[in-house]
Design a protein around this ligand. Structure first.
Ligand code: ADP
Ligand code: MG
Length: 684
């Protein structure tokens, strides 16, 4: 039978039912899945040393000749020991193997091997325990890298290596190219076949990196393709006729001059909604808190109302619903457009009245919470759904509203600044408008990066702010909430390095609870200090937040769990401990908690790291107040793999993308060009 990538793994000779079962635990059921089971790391065996030149404790390769047959003995615990004496031009050395008596006749006297392992030196005595031995007589080409695979019980990394070797030795004709020729040429990519060969058996650093680049590109390209497909299929139906809508009254009603970014966004929206093509709008507006997204939403609602259709504005909280309702009511009433509100916290008769107005079409713009998603709500002529703070709503919830009319337009607003290309990856089914400038006159938050030597001065500063009647946030990283996924890529070489990383960093970290206690007892005995963290019950959290909101608490110590939307204008200072352990975008979000009034506000980033790169990364926070600039830096420094992984669990859950290697993608340009190529080659 001819081998293909779809061949069942059981059809490979040497794989029976039980091995197939173990492999399926690794997600491997076909030949293709086996070949796409990529190494998680490589051993570098190309570093060949002589016995004398290697340092004590160094792991490297040695070219050694076996001097004599082995001696066999037993330890006190009845472990068998088999020892070979081997030598090179500089010295001799003992090769010791535990419990591997079968090796007795494996290594022949006079034969030469490449032994890879850790050398231990006691004076003139050298020993390598359990080295990896490879024949080195010129008959085989010894590779400098050895792949280490994600393995599981019953299937070791070595077994996987040999399986892949077996499959590849069948010739590689069966691996068909899956990228268009001109894309390969344009980006100077390796063929799929070579890439799969070299990712498992790289001959050099260069070849390894080229193979990796090709495979990451392929993953991104195929992902981009699926994104575009999804986008095309989600826009079924013909959108309501809003062609030729006149915006004059809307423009005349504006109380301020729009920023260029707002004009661009409104223009995008106008084009989508009034196009003769009548394709339903699916647009994401991404902009920092305070960048002025609401007026863009209002513009969209205006187009819908003027064309005879209703708009549902879905918001996550009742507070936000009330706020939006009151703003939109003031804006639209003079224009003769009716605005209504529907939230859970309304008496029955009020609700009934709202349902009625929605059903008859008398209410043209309806602001509401989840209450809008109940069965009582029946729209007369729904033309547009707007979701604010989209991350709180599931796709299913949006869909249930959209299904109330044919070809209903949708606008989603996100307060998380994401670089445009990444937004395309993360919200693939949406077009993206970016509001990357702030309305004029916004006060910047003064940002400082300091180390712990400044502790006394920080405390002094905090005291002054409290004396002025202001409040302060103190943020500590949540050690117990960290997961292996949040470790930097470079720490994920192996479980050991990850463990080492955690133990090294967590000992320096303050937990919110301990730190709050310390501040209360030792530093601010006369002030009120509250503490919230992720492990707390909802009611307790609410009580402490309320006390802070009401100004009864001076300092709120927290992990990053504090509500995204909290708005406490009297808070003028945020101190972020161990700032180096946060992503820049996360720091930016945290900084957005202050500077919400006309009072001067401060953000203090305390870094206990002595590392230059850690502190210079933080300097960016000082230099810019733009969430997009910050996000771009994050992207550049941490790579999109990290970005994608930590922020878009949703994408993975959809099973749309494997991105197994792209997790370590550090080249932003590759991401961009994969999307560009996929777009150009899109079949419509
Ligand atoms: P967000 O993007 O967070 O939803 P908003 O739309 O609520 O921001 O706008 C924040 C504040 O800025 C509001 O008070 C709004 O009236 C004001 N604003 C928005 N755009 C402008 C502008 N172009 N010029 C001046 N003020 C503006
Ligand atoms: Mg808003």
């Amino acid at each position: 039978m001819a081998l293909t990538l779809c061949t069942n793994i059981k059809d490979i000779s040497g794989i029976g039912d039980s091995r197939a079962r173990v492999l399926s635990k690794l997600g491997i059921t076909t030949v293709g899945e086996l070949l796409y089971h990529f190494p998680r790391a490589y051993q570098y065996r190309g570093n060949v040393k002589t016995l004398v030149s290697a340092q004590d404790g160094e792991t490297s390769s040695f070219i050694l000749k076996i001097a004599a047959p082995p001696t066999i003995s037993r330890t006190k615990n009845n472990i068998s020991l088999i020892k070979f004496i081997a030598y090179d031009d500089t010295a001799k050395c003992t090769l010791t193997f535990f419990n591997q008596n079968y090796l007795r006749s494996s290594y022949k006297t006079g034969s030469v091997y490449r032994a890879y392992g850790k050398i231990v030196k006691f004076g003139k005595q050298f020993e390598i325990v359990n080295p990896v031995m490879e024949v080195c007589d010129g008959s085989v080409n010894l590779l400098p890298f050895h792949p280490v695979y994600p393995a599981t019980e019953g299937m070791s990394t070595t077994q996987i290596f040999h399986l892949i070797k077996t499959v590849m030795s069948a010739g590689d004709k069966f691996i068909e190219e899956n990228l268009p020729d001109d894309v390969i040429k344009e980006h100077g990519l390796m063929s799929r076949c070579d890439a799969l060969k070299y990712i498992h058996s790289p001959e050099s650093f260069t070849v390894l990196n080229e193979a990796k680049r090709r495979i990451i590109f392929e993953e991104l390209y195929l992902f981009a393709q699926s994104v575009y497909e999804r986008k095309d299929s989600s826009r079924h139906g013909i959108s309501p006729d809003m062609t030729g809508c006149d915006m004059t009254d809307f423009k005349n009603a504006l109380k301020f001059e729009l920023t260029d970014a707002q004009k661009r966004t409104l223009n995008d929206i106008y084009k989508d909604m009034t196009s003769q093509k009548r394709i339903p709008m699916r647009r994401l507006v991404s902009g920092d808190v305070g960048s002025g997204k609401t007026i863009c939403a209002a513009g969209a609602a205006y187009i819908s109302a003027k064309s005879g259709y209703q708009t549902a504005l879905l918001v996550p909280t009742e507070i936000l619903a009330r706020q939006h309702f009151s703003d939109l009511y003031d804006f639209f009433t003079p224009l003769g457009i009716n605005v209504a509100i529907l939230i859970g916290d309304m008496v029955k008769s009020e609700k009934e009245r709202a349902y009625e107005a929605i059903r008859t079409g008398n209410a043209q713009i309806i602001v509401g919470t989840h209450a809008l998603l109940t069965d009582h709500v029946k729209f007369s002529r729904l033309g547009l759904v707007i979701c604010d703070e989209q991350h709180r709503f599931g796709v299913a919830q949006r869909e249930s509203l959209l299904s109330q009319g044919e070809g209903v337009n949708m606008l989603v607003m996100s307060a998380t600044p994401i670089p445009r290309t990444l937004a395309m990856v993360m919200f693939g089914d949406l077009d993206v408008s970016v509001i990357d400038t702030m309305p004029p006159g916004r006060k910047e938050v003064s940002t400082y990066v300091v180390d712990k030597d400044y502790r006394a001065r920080i405390n002094e500063f905090m005291r002054k702010e409290i004396a002025a009647g202001h409040q302060i946030y103190v943020v500590c990283p949540a050690v117990e909430e960290r997961t292996a996924e949040e470790l930097p890529i470079e720490a994920l070489e192996s479980p050991e390095t990850a463990k080492e990383y955690i133990s090294k960093t967590s000992s320096e970290k303050k937990t919110a609870v301990e730190y709050a206690e310390h501040l209360q007892k030792d530093v601010f005995p006369n002030h009120t200090i509250g503490c919230v963290h992720g492990k707390m019950k909802g009611a307790d959290k609410a009580r402490i937040m309320k006390s802070f909101e009401e100004g009864k608490t001076d300092i709120l110590v927290s992990t990053t769990v504090i509500e995204v939307g909290v708005n406490i204008p009297n808070a003028t200072m945020i101190v972020i401990e161990n700032a180096e352990s946060f992503g820049l975008s996360q720091l930016h979000q945290l900084r957005g908690r202050v500077g919400r009034s006309n009072k001067k506000s401060y953000c203090i980033l305390v870094s206990s790291s002595s590392s230059k790169t850690a502190t210079s990364r933080l300097e960016i926070m000082k230099e810019t107040s733009s969430g997009f600039v910050v996000a771009e830096h994050d992207l550049k420094m941490r790579g999109p793999g990290d970005f994608i992984k930590t922020r878009s669990g949703a994408i993975r859950q959809h099973g749309q993308i494997k991105l197994s290697l792209a997790d370590s993608l550090d080249d932003v340009k590759l991401l961009y060009s994969a999307f560009e190529s996929a777009k150009t080659h899109r079949q419509i």
